[in-house]
Design a protein around this ligand. Structure first.
Ligand code: 0WD
Length: 262
């Protein structure tokens, strides 16, 4: 019997089959989870619907997280179809492309608001709207990046948004803990996705990563999916408010190891 047999999950952030959320969905489905999916706009619906259908999804609904009304409608549908949520996976981020390259000083008031609203506040809004559907034992999971802790060239306002997201994980974990609901994040190494392609210099960051990371390789959506499986299952039943790194050890290295090998 699968680790997640009988459990209901909601996954936000599948854009295509390269998405981290898709790697997570496949891992959770493999262990028997019953998963619902969301998409933003018709273009993405065309990509998400066949993927979700291939995992026998009973719920495939639109949800732009900048809209409280859409979040509310989504949760009403989840109530009708599933009645409960054992796993809520938030794999959503957005910032204006021109603010993801060059100087951080270019950040505008509007760009800052957008990045923090879509990438960080949305987690709070979703948890709030899910309400008592998040049953005791449920797990909330979001995705972050180490640019929240240390400066990564071009990551800019998204680094600030991820810092806010990680702090939100801790505050939500304290609010939801007494109800037996856990809240964690995975901090993933760079992965080639649609969102990543919007970050200036991503290709060279991606290439250098494998030279520096202790495991001497990049991270895949399967790696993240398997870690997510642990965080969504009862195997991690006493783990909450954590930022779990799935980064082949990259964070631990101060200088490129190659620098010391000569
Ligand atoms: O290297 C990477 N790819 C890493 C990504 C390293 C570490 C963390 N992450 C994070 C991202 O910041 C994000 O939080 O993982 C999460 C998932 O991102 P992804 O898998 O890299 O990217 P992608 O496949 O593009 O999915 C992100 C999706 C959007 O796709 P696009 O590319 O269309 O923006 O987030 C969704 C959308 O599906 N999204 C929204 N969903 C609801 N409402 C919204 C919105 N307003 N905006 C974006």
């Amino acid at each position: 019997m699968g680790l997640l047999e009988g459990k209901k999950g909601l996954i936000l952030g599948v854009a295509n089959d390269h998405s981290i959320a898709w790697g997570i969905a496949q891992a959770l489905h493999r262990e028997g989870a019953d998963l619902g999916f969301t998409y933003v706009g018709e273009a993405l619906e065309r990509r998400v619907r066949p993927l979700a259908t291939s995992l026998e999804a009973k719920l495939i609904e639109p949800c732009d997280v900048s809209s409280d009304a859409q979040i509310e409608t989504l949760m009403q549908r989840v109530r009708e179809v599933y009645g409960r949520i054992d796993m809520l996976v938030h794999a959503i981020a957005f910032a204006n492309r021109d603010e993801l390259s060059g100087s951080f000083l270019k950040t505008t008031r509007e760009g800052f608001r957008t990045a923090l609203e879509i990438s960080a506040y949305s987690l709070i809004a979703l948890v709030k709207a899910a309400g008592d559907m998040l049953v005791p034992g449920a797990s909330v999971l979001t995705l972050t990046y180490h640019g929240s802790q240390q400066v990564t060239p071009n990551y800019n306002v998204m680094g600030v948004a991820k810092a806010a997201l990680e702090a939100s994980v801790r505050y939500l974990a304290v609010d939801l803990g007494p109800r037996g609901v856990r809240v964690n994040a995975i901090s993933a190494g760079p992965i080639r996705t649609l969102a990543a392609s919007g970050i200036g210099g991503f290709r060279s960051l991606y290439r250098q990563f494998a030279d520096i990371a202790p495991l001497r390789r990049n991270v895949t959506i399967e790696d993240v999916g398997n870690a997510a499986l642990w965080l969504c299952s009862d195997l991690s039943s006493a783990v909450t408010s954590e930022i779990v790194y799935v980064d082949a050890g990259f964070r631990t290295v101060g200088v490129g190891l190659g620098d010391a090998e000569g």
